[in-house]
Design a protein around this ligand. Structure first.
Ligand code: DP6
Length: 329
């Protein structure tokens, strides 16, 4: 059985996935839309151990052997592939991110997308893209969107088979940039997995879900027309609504740091000054700034002047998962 290596991009959501209708299968409360990233990706090599010598899955992430809960989460995902194929072999998995894991870019999205594709191909299992998207969703919700390149819609669906992502527009449709301002590298205290279960404890949640569903066709149209002036206010509103839900859950989640607020104020001022840039924030303190390719250098220059910005990562829209012969072991 061949060793298989796959590279998958992370993604940034314009309409967020927050809250689960069924936590067991990461069935979301609302549909979401994202852009797959070219320059923030995970490469994963998988080999199933036919010799039967491996007693358990051997997983290395960013050159460190993975242990504890993180290893168990990946082993559970490998179990799903074992269940689909009926095989019992353990796997050797080596995975590398090209971006720091705590940089506020979803490493689990690219990670579970790469693991799903590499794991299935290495097992000789050729699932169609929708089934692969559903499989990746079981590992990490947002990973189902990283199964496709460019601009992607995840249909909320009703069950495991129908809650899948599909591509809306290819990566070269729009050269939109994601400039990520890193204000903290600390690992988050509450995982997204835990947070999704809390969403429905917020009185604001039902409003956000309704607003998100209404915004989807508008976001889709703004992307179709490459209209940042239409897209920007909607993505800011949904990010703020999601954080309002987080903050008002029981217990409340507060992912922002002072630097997050500094950047949000600065972005509003830069827009007043004529720079077309909008912000979104995932489940962490770091801020993603969306702008046209030609404005990305100016956005980076503006960010460099802010005391709270520790690092800046820049990404364009990228492709779906790609196979490679450059195996990691
Ligand atoms: C805030 O459950 O996909 O990024 O598995 O921890 O990466 P992890 O998170 P996941 O939730 C992502 C939530 C979000 C919004 C989004 O990407 O839609």
């Amino acid at each position: 059985m061949p060793k298989t290596t796959v590279r998958a991009g992370s993604n940034i959501a314009f309409i967020k996935y927050w809250g689960v209708a069924d936590a067991a299968i990461n069935l979301p409360l609302n549909s979401s839309i994202s852009m797959t990233l070219a320059d923030a990706h995970t490469t994963t090599t998988v080999e199933w151990d036919q010799s039967g010598r491996l007693a358990e899955d051997a997983i290395t992430l960013d050159r460190q052997p993975l242990t504890g809960q993180a290893a168990a989460r990946l082993a559970r995902h490998l179990d799903r592939i074992r269940d689909l194929t009926g095989m019992t072999w353990r796997a050797r998995v080596v995975s590398e991110n090209n971006f720091p894991m705590a940089a506020g870019i979803a490493s689990s999205a690219s990670g579970f997308a790469a693991l799903s594709v590499a794991g299935c191909l290495a097992a000789g299992l050729n699932l169609e893209p929708g089934a692969l998207s559903a499989l990746a969703r079981l590992g990490s919700g947002s990973a189902c969107r990283s199964l496709f390149g460019g601009f992607v819609l995840w249909d909320r669906g009703d069950d495991h088979e129908t809650s899948i992502a599909r591509p809306l527009f290819p990566p070269d449709h729009w050269d939109l940039y994601d400039v990520v301002a890193v204000v903290s590298r600390a690992a988050k205290t509450v995982s997204s997995e835990g947070g999704h279960r809390l969403a429905q404890t917020s009185a604001l949640n039902a409003c956000r879900v309704a607003q998100a569903e209404q915004a989807l066709p508008l976001v889709r149209q703004a992307i179709a027309e490459r209209d940042l002036a239409a897209l920007g206010p909607i993505l800011e509103q949904d990010a703020l609504a999601m954080h309002a839900v987080m903050m008002t859950s029981t217990p409340g989640l507060f992912y922002w740091q002072p630097g997050t607020v500094e950047i949000i104020h600065a972005v509003r001022q830069w827009r007043t000054d004529g720079l077309e840039v909008y912000f979104t924030v995932d489940a962490g303190p770091n801020v993603h700034l969306m702008c046209a390719a030609e404005d990305a250098p100016a956005v980076q220059t503006c960010l460099a002047a802010l005391a709270s910005v520790q690092d800046v990562l820049v990404s364009r829209p990228g492709p779906g998962p790609l196979c490679s012969e450059d195996h990691l072991f």
